[in-house]
Ligand binder design. Sequence first.
Ligand SMILES: Cc1ncc(COP(=O)(O)O)c(C=O)c1O
Length: 388
Amino acid sequence: MALAERLARRADQVSPFRVMHLLERAKQLEAAGRSIVHLEIGEPDFPTPAPIVAAGQRALAAGHTQYTPARGLPQLRQAIADFYGERFSIDLDPERILLTPGASGGLQLLLMALFDPGEAVLLPEPGYPCNRQLVSLLGGRVHSVAVGPETRYQLQADQVPEERDLRLALVASPANPTGACLEPEGLRQLYERVRAQGMALLVDELYQGLNYETAPHTALACGEAGLYVVNSFSKYFGMTGWRLGWIVAPRDAVPVLDRLAQNLYLAPPTLSQYAALAAFTPETLAILEERRRIFQQRRDFLRSALEKLGFRFPAPPHGAFYLYADVRQLTEDSARFAEELLEQQGVALTPGLDFETRAPERAVRFAYTQDLNTLAEGVARIERFLGG
Ligand SMILES: Cc1ncc(COP(=O)(O)O)c(C=O)c1O
Protein backbone atom coordinates (compact mmCIF):
# COMPACT_ATOMS: atom_id res chain seq x y z
CA MET A 1 0.00 0.00 0.00
CA ALA A 2 1.39 3.40 -0.95
CA LEU A 3 2.10 5.63 2.05
CA ALA A 4 -0.27 8.31 0.78
CA GLU A 5 -3.16 5.83 1.11
CA ARG A 6 -2.53 5.54 4.83
CA LEU A 7 -2.56 9.29 5.44
CA ALA A 8 -5.63 11.18 6.55
CA ARG A 9 -7.66 12.60 3.69
CA ARG A 10 -7.64 16.06 5.24
CA ALA A 11 -3.82 16.05 5.18
CA ASP A 12 -3.60 14.59 1.72
CA GLN A 13 -5.90 17.29 0.38
CA VAL A 14 -3.65 20.19 1.44
CA SER A 15 -2.29 21.90 -1.68
CA PRO A 16 1.34 22.91 -1.94
CA PHE A 17 2.30 26.47 -2.82
CA ARG A 18 2.39 26.37 -6.61
CA VAL A 19 5.40 28.65 -6.53
CA MET A 20 7.39 25.80 -4.94
CA HIS A 21 7.43 24.05 -8.29
CA LEU A 22 8.88 27.22 -9.82
CA LEU A 23 11.39 27.60 -7.02
CA GLU A 24 12.51 24.02 -7.48
CA ARG A 25 13.11 24.72 -11.15
CA ALA A 26 14.92 27.98 -10.32
CA LYS A 27 17.23 26.02 -8.01
CA GLN A 28 17.93 23.45 -10.73
CA LEU A 29 18.83 26.24 -13.13
CA GLU A 30 21.07 27.87 -10.52
CA ALA A 31 22.80 24.56 -9.84
CA ALA A 32 23.46 24.35 -13.59
CA GLY A 33 25.20 27.75 -13.42
CA ARG A 34 22.37 30.08 -14.56
CA SER A 35 21.87 33.39 -12.77
CA ILE A 36 18.33 33.80 -11.43
CA VAL A 37 16.67 37.03 -10.32
CA HIS A 38 14.35 36.09 -7.46
CA LEU A 39 11.25 38.23 -7.39
CA GLU A 40 9.09 35.51 -5.84
CA ILE A 41 10.42 35.52 -2.29
CA GLY A 42 8.08 36.78 0.44
CA GLU A 43 10.65 37.61 3.06
CA PRO A 44 12.89 40.64 3.58
CA ASP A 45 16.40 40.36 2.14
CA PHE A 46 17.73 42.31 5.15
CA PRO A 47 19.21 40.37 8.04
CA THR A 48 17.68 40.64 11.52
CA PRO A 49 18.71 44.03 13.00
CA ALA A 50 21.94 43.77 15.01
CA PRO A 51 20.45 44.83 18.39
CA ILE A 52 17.93 41.97 18.17
CA VAL A 53 20.63 39.45 17.25
CA ALA A 54 22.79 40.69 20.15
CA ALA A 55 19.88 40.30 22.59
CA GLY A 56 19.38 36.73 21.33
CA GLN A 57 23.08 35.98 21.81
CA ARG A 58 22.99 37.38 25.35
CA ALA A 59 19.97 35.23 26.15
CA LEU A 60 21.75 32.14 24.86
CA ALA A 61 24.88 32.95 26.89
CA ALA A 62 22.72 33.49 29.98
CA GLY A 63 21.18 30.03 29.51
CA HIS A 64 17.61 31.12 28.72
CA THR A 65 16.85 27.84 27.02
CA GLN A 66 13.80 26.56 28.86
CA TYR A 67 10.09 26.89 28.23
CA THR A 68 8.38 30.19 28.91
CA PRO A 69 4.70 30.40 29.91
CA ALA A 70 2.44 29.33 27.01
CA ARG A 71 1.31 32.94 26.57
CA GLY A 72 4.93 34.10 26.37
CA LEU A 73 7.28 36.17 28.53
CA PRO A 74 5.38 38.72 30.62
CA GLN A 75 8.02 41.39 29.93
CA LEU A 76 7.66 40.91 26.15
CA ARG A 77 3.85 41.11 26.38
CA GLN A 78 4.32 44.34 28.31
CA ALA A 79 6.80 45.66 25.68
CA ILE A 80 4.27 44.93 22.91
CA ALA A 81 1.50 46.67 24.86
CA ASP A 82 3.78 49.70 25.36
CA PHE A 83 4.54 49.74 21.63
CA TYR A 84 0.79 49.91 20.82
CA GLY A 85 0.60 52.84 23.24
CA GLU A 86 3.52 54.71 21.70
CA ARG A 87 2.85 54.05 18.03
CA PHE A 88 -0.95 53.84 17.88
CA SER A 89 -2.09 55.57 21.09
CA ILE A 90 -3.89 52.36 22.06
CA ASP A 91 -4.10 51.58 25.75
CA LEU A 92 -3.71 47.81 25.62
CA ASP A 93 -3.85 45.45 28.58
CA PRO A 94 -0.89 43.00 28.17
CA GLU A 95 -3.19 40.28 29.52
CA ARG A 96 -4.85 40.33 26.08
CA ILE A 97 -1.58 39.44 24.30
CA LEU A 98 -0.30 35.92 23.56
CA LEU A 99 3.06 35.27 21.89
CA THR A 100 2.84 32.58 19.19
CA PRO A 101 5.20 30.66 16.85
CA GLY A 102 4.96 33.20 14.01
CA ALA A 103 1.72 34.68 12.74
CA SER A 104 1.23 31.15 11.38
CA GLY A 105 0.95 29.81 14.94
CA GLY A 106 -1.46 32.62 15.81
CA LEU A 107 -3.66 31.92 12.79
CA GLN A 108 -3.79 28.22 13.63
CA LEU A 109 -4.70 28.93 17.24
CA LEU A 110 -7.43 31.38 16.35
CA LEU A 111 -8.96 29.37 13.55
CA MET A 112 -9.08 26.41 15.90
CA ALA A 113 -10.83 28.54 18.51
CA LEU A 114 -13.28 30.46 16.37
CA PHE A 115 -15.36 27.97 14.39
CA ASP A 116 -16.66 24.41 14.52
CA PRO A 117 -16.47 21.84 11.73
CA GLY A 118 -19.10 22.56 9.10
CA GLU A 119 -19.16 26.29 9.80
CA ALA A 120 -17.91 28.83 7.31
CA VAL A 121 -15.12 31.40 7.23
CA LEU A 122 -15.21 34.39 4.93
CA LEU A 123 -11.94 34.93 3.05
CA PRO A 124 -11.34 37.65 0.47
CA GLU A 125 -9.73 36.51 -2.76
CA PRO A 126 -6.95 37.04 -3.84
CA GLY A 127 -5.41 36.30 -0.47
CA TYR A 128 -2.80 34.41 1.52
CA PRO A 129 -3.10 30.77 0.38
CA CYS A 130 -2.52 29.07 3.77
CA ASN A 131 -5.75 30.43 5.25
CA ARG A 132 -7.91 28.47 2.86
CA GLN A 133 -5.95 25.27 3.60
CA LEU A 134 -6.17 25.78 7.37
CA VAL A 135 -9.93 26.32 7.31
CA SER A 136 -10.39 23.11 5.31
CA LEU A 137 -8.00 21.14 7.55
CA LEU A 138 -10.13 22.13 10.52
CA GLY A 139 -13.30 20.93 8.80
CA GLY A 140 -14.57 24.41 8.00
CA ARG A 141 -16.02 25.75 4.77
CA VAL A 142 -14.34 28.57 2.89
CA HIS A 143 -16.72 31.29 1.76
CA SER A 144 -14.54 33.28 -0.58
CA VAL A 145 -15.50 36.74 -1.79
CA ALA A 146 -13.78 38.23 -4.82
CA VAL A 147 -12.16 41.57 -4.12
CA GLY A 148 -10.83 43.53 -7.05
CA PRO A 149 -9.41 46.90 -8.00
CA GLU A 150 -12.85 48.53 -7.63
CA THR A 151 -12.61 47.98 -3.85
CA ARG A 152 -8.82 48.42 -3.86
CA TYR A 153 -8.54 44.66 -3.28
CA GLN A 154 -10.07 44.93 0.19
CA LEU A 155 -13.27 43.45 1.60
CA GLN A 156 -16.09 45.98 2.02
CA ALA A 157 -18.72 45.83 4.77
CA ASP A 158 -21.52 45.35 2.23
CA GLN A 159 -19.78 42.28 0.79
CA VAL A 160 -20.36 40.33 4.02
CA PRO A 161 -23.27 38.02 3.21
CA GLU A 162 -26.03 37.16 5.65
CA GLU A 163 -25.30 33.49 6.09
CA ARG A 164 -26.15 31.67 9.31
CA ASP A 165 -23.11 29.36 9.30
CA LEU A 166 -20.60 32.14 8.75
CA ARG A 167 -18.58 32.45 11.97
CA LEU A 168 -15.82 34.86 11.09
CA ALA A 169 -14.19 37.02 8.43
CA LEU A 170 -10.41 36.97 8.02
CA VAL A 171 -8.76 39.95 6.34
CA ALA A 172 -5.17 41.18 6.08
CA SER A 173 -3.97 44.78 5.97
CA PRO A 174 -1.52 45.42 4.38
CA ALA A 175 -2.37 42.35 2.33
CA ASN A 176 -0.48 39.61 0.54
CA PRO A 177 -0.36 39.46 -2.53
CA THR A 178 -1.74 42.93 -3.33
CA GLY A 179 -0.11 45.27 -0.80
CA ALA A 180 -3.59 46.74 -0.32
CA CYS A 181 -4.44 48.45 2.97
CA LEU A 182 -7.82 48.83 4.67
CA GLU A 183 -8.51 52.46 5.60
CA PRO A 184 -9.52 53.01 9.25
CA GLU A 185 -13.09 53.93 8.26
CA GLY A 186 -13.51 50.87 6.00
CA LEU A 187 -12.17 48.68 8.78
CA ARG A 188 -14.60 50.17 11.29
CA GLN A 189 -17.56 49.58 8.97
CA LEU A 190 -16.43 46.01 8.35
CA TYR A 191 -16.11 45.38 12.10
CA GLU A 192 -19.57 46.81 12.78
CA ARG A 193 -21.16 44.77 10.01
CA VAL A 194 -19.46 41.55 11.11
CA ARG A 195 -20.49 42.15 14.74
CA ALA A 196 -24.06 42.93 13.75
CA GLN A 197 -24.18 39.45 12.22
CA GLY A 198 -22.80 37.80 15.34
CA MET A 199 -19.51 36.96 13.66
CA ALA A 200 -15.92 37.57 14.72
CA LEU A 201 -13.38 39.63 12.77
CA LEU A 202 -9.80 38.41 12.49
CA VAL A 203 -7.35 40.98 11.15
CA ASP A 204 -3.90 39.83 10.05
CA GLU A 205 -1.60 42.83 10.59
CA LEU A 206 1.58 40.91 9.79
CA TYR A 207 2.85 43.58 7.35
CA GLN A 208 2.06 46.44 9.71
CA GLY A 209 4.86 49.01 9.67
CA LEU A 210 5.52 48.41 5.97
CA ASN A 211 3.15 51.23 5.00
CA TYR A 212 4.23 53.77 2.39
CA GLU A 213 1.43 56.28 1.99
CA THR A 214 -0.17 56.82 5.38
CA ALA A 215 0.94 56.04 8.93
CA PRO A 216 0.17 52.46 9.99
CA HIS A 217 -2.93 51.94 12.08
CA THR A 218 -4.42 48.96 13.90
CA ALA A 219 -7.83 47.31 13.93
CA LEU A 220 -7.61 47.39 17.73
CA ALA A 221 -8.87 50.98 17.53
CA CYS A 222 -12.30 49.54 16.53
CA GLY A 223 -13.09 47.85 19.84
CA GLU A 224 -12.55 44.61 21.75
CA ALA A 225 -15.54 42.26 21.49
CA GLY A 226 -15.23 39.72 18.69
CA LEU A 227 -12.04 41.29 17.34
CA TYR A 228 -8.83 39.29 16.99
CA VAL A 229 -5.55 40.69 15.70
CA VAL A 230 -2.61 38.61 14.49
CA ASN A 231 0.84 40.10 14.13
CA SER A 232 4.43 38.91 13.81
CA PHE A 233 8.08 39.79 14.16
CA SER A 234 8.71 38.22 10.72
CA LYS A 235 8.37 41.01 8.18
CA TYR A 236 8.71 44.60 9.50
CA PHE A 237 11.07 43.41 12.26
CA GLY A 238 13.08 41.17 9.87
CA MET A 239 12.84 38.00 11.99
CA THR A 240 11.25 35.40 9.67
CA GLY A 241 13.41 32.49 10.86
CA TRP A 242 12.94 33.23 14.56
CA ARG A 243 9.31 32.09 14.28
CA LEU A 244 7.69 34.58 16.62
CA GLY A 245 4.38 36.39 16.37
CA TRP A 246 1.57 37.52 18.63
CA ILE A 247 -2.19 37.65 19.00
CA VAL A 248 -4.32 40.31 20.63
CA ALA A 249 -7.65 38.80 21.70
CA PRO A 250 -10.69 39.96 23.65
CA ARG A 251 -10.09 39.42 27.39
CA ASP A 252 -12.74 36.71 27.77
CA ALA A 253 -11.18 34.55 25.01
CA VAL A 254 -7.68 34.50 26.54
CA PRO A 255 -8.11 31.53 28.95
CA VAL A 256 -9.31 29.29 26.10
CA LEU A 257 -6.49 30.42 23.80
CA ASP A 258 -4.00 29.87 26.62
CA ARG A 259 -5.24 26.28 27.08
CA LEU A 260 -5.07 25.66 23.35
CA ALA A 261 -1.51 27.06 23.19
CA GLN A 262 -0.44 24.79 26.07
CA ASN A 263 -1.76 21.77 24.23
CA LEU A 264 -0.60 22.70 20.75
CA TYR A 265 2.98 23.85 21.26
CA LEU A 266 3.57 24.43 25.03
CA ALA A 267 5.32 27.76 24.47
CA PRO A 268 6.64 30.02 21.73
CA PRO A 269 10.43 29.88 21.12
CA THR A 270 12.27 31.16 24.19
CA LEU A 271 15.42 32.62 22.62
CA SER A 272 13.35 34.44 20.02
CA GLN A 273 11.28 36.05 22.74
CA TYR A 274 14.36 37.35 24.57
CA ALA A 275 15.73 38.62 21.26
CA ALA A 276 12.45 40.36 20.46
CA LEU A 277 12.72 42.38 23.68
CA ALA A 278 15.21 44.49 21.69
CA ALA A 279 12.76 45.01 18.80
CA PHE A 280 11.08 48.13 20.17
CA THR A 281 14.14 50.12 21.23
CA PRO A 282 14.79 53.45 19.47
CA GLU A 283 18.00 51.99 18.00
CA THR A 284 16.15 49.08 16.35
CA LEU A 285 13.20 51.19 15.25
CA ALA A 286 15.59 53.60 13.49
CA ILE A 287 17.03 50.67 11.50
CA LEU A 288 13.55 49.42 10.62
CA GLU A 289 12.33 52.83 9.50
CA GLU A 290 15.37 53.16 7.22
CA ARG A 291 14.51 49.78 5.71
CA ARG A 292 10.93 50.88 5.21
CA ARG A 293 12.23 53.86 3.23
CA ILE A 294 14.32 51.53 1.07
CA PHE A 295 11.33 49.26 0.42
CA GLN A 296 9.34 52.32 -0.67
CA GLN A 297 12.07 53.35 -3.13
CA ARG A 298 12.11 49.85 -4.57
CA ARG A 299 8.32 49.80 -4.91
CA ASP A 300 8.29 53.13 -6.72
CA PHE A 301 11.09 52.07 -9.08
CA LEU A 302 9.67 48.64 -9.87
CA ARG A 303 6.12 49.81 -10.33
CA SER A 304 6.95 52.51 -12.85
CA ALA A 305 9.48 50.32 -14.71
CA LEU A 306 6.93 47.52 -15.05
CA GLU A 307 4.17 49.87 -16.15
CA LYS A 308 6.37 50.92 -19.06
CA LEU A 309 6.51 47.27 -20.11
CA GLY A 310 2.73 46.81 -20.10
CA PHE A 311 2.06 45.48 -16.60
CA ARG A 312 -0.94 47.15 -14.96
CA PHE A 313 -1.51 48.01 -11.32
CA PRO A 314 -5.17 48.90 -11.18
CA ALA A 315 -5.22 49.49 -7.40
CA PRO A 316 -2.56 51.30 -5.40
CA PRO A 317 -0.17 48.98 -3.53
CA HIS A 318 0.24 50.96 -0.32
CA GLY A 319 2.04 48.44 1.87
CA ALA A 320 3.87 45.11 2.40
CA PHE A 321 6.54 44.38 -0.27
CA TYR A 322 4.43 43.08 -3.12
CA LEU A 323 3.10 44.29 -6.44
CA TYR A 324 0.20 42.31 -7.88
CA ALA A 325 0.23 42.96 -11.59
CA ASP A 326 -2.53 42.57 -14.15
CA VAL A 327 -0.80 40.87 -17.10
CA ARG A 328 -3.72 40.70 -19.54
CA GLN A 329 -1.95 42.95 -22.03
CA LEU A 330 1.01 40.57 -22.09
CA THR A 331 -0.35 37.04 -21.84
CA GLU A 332 -3.49 34.93 -21.52
CA ASP A 333 -1.87 32.59 -19.01
CA SER A 334 0.19 34.00 -16.13
CA ALA A 335 1.44 30.56 -15.04
CA ARG A 336 2.88 29.81 -18.48
CA PHE A 337 4.24 33.35 -18.63
CA ALA A 338 6.07 32.80 -15.30
CA GLU A 339 7.47 29.44 -16.44
CA GLU A 340 8.72 30.77 -19.77
CA LEU A 341 10.18 33.87 -18.16
CA LEU A 342 12.12 31.67 -15.76
CA GLU A 343 13.38 29.31 -18.47
CA GLN A 344 14.29 31.98 -21.01
CA GLN A 345 15.52 34.89 -18.90
CA GLY A 346 16.00 33.50 -15.39
CA VAL A 347 13.46 35.71 -13.57
CA ALA A 348 11.26 34.04 -10.94
CA LEU A 349 7.77 35.43 -10.16
CA THR A 350 4.73 33.98 -8.40
CA PRO A 351 1.74 33.39 -10.69
CA GLY A 352 -1.79 34.31 -9.56
CA LEU A 353 -2.64 30.59 -9.09
CA ASP A 354 -1.27 30.70 -5.56
CA PHE A 355 -3.63 33.46 -4.49
CA GLU A 356 -6.93 33.12 -6.29
CA THR A 357 -9.20 30.62 -7.96
CA ARG A 358 -11.36 32.89 -10.11
CA ALA A 359 -9.04 34.54 -12.64
CA PRO A 360 -5.51 33.51 -11.67
CA GLU A 361 -4.33 33.58 -15.28
CA ARG A 362 -4.54 37.37 -15.23
CA ALA A 363 -2.03 38.09 -12.47
CA VAL A 364 1.50 37.66 -11.20
CA ARG A 365 3.05 38.79 -7.92
CA PHE A 366 6.38 40.60 -7.73
CA ALA A 367 8.16 40.74 -4.36
CA TYR A 368 10.57 43.68 -4.09
CA THR A 369 12.73 41.86 -1.56
CA GLN A 370 15.88 42.52 -3.61
CA ASP A 371 18.11 45.59 -3.90
CA LEU A 372 17.59 48.19 -6.63
CA ASN A 373 20.36 46.83 -8.88
CA THR A 374 18.84 43.36 -8.82
CA LEU A 375 15.38 44.77 -9.52
CA ALA A 376 16.79 46.74 -12.47
CA GLU A 377 18.41 43.56 -13.80
CA GLY A 378 15.09 41.75 -13.44
CA VAL A 379 13.29 44.49 -15.37
CA ALA A 380 15.91 44.43 -18.15
CA ARG A 381 15.49 40.67 -18.52
CA ILE A 382 11.69 40.95 -18.59
CA GLU A 383 12.01 43.57 -21.31
CA ARG A 384 14.18 41.19 -23.35
CA PHE A 385 11.66 38.40 -22.75
CA LEU A 386 8.89 40.62 -24.09
CA GLY A 387 10.97 41.32 -27.14
CA GLY A 388 11.67 44.94 -26.25
C1 LIG B 1 -0.65 37.43 5.06
C2 LIG B 1 0.29 36.53 5.80
N1 LIG B 1 -0.08 36.05 7.01
C3 LIG B 1 0.74 35.23 7.71
C4 LIG B 1 1.98 34.85 7.23
C5 LIG B 1 2.87 33.96 8.10
O1 LIG B 1 3.93 34.69 8.65
P1 LIG B 1 4.84 34.22 9.86
O2 LIG B 1 6.25 34.17 9.35
O3 LIG B 1 4.72 35.26 10.94
O4 LIG B 1 4.35 32.89 10.34
C6 LIG B 1 2.41 35.31 5.97
C7 LIG B 1 3.71 34.91 5.41
O5 LIG B 1 4.11 35.28 4.33
C8 LIG B 1 1.53 36.17 5.23
O6 LIG B 1 1.87 36.66 4.03
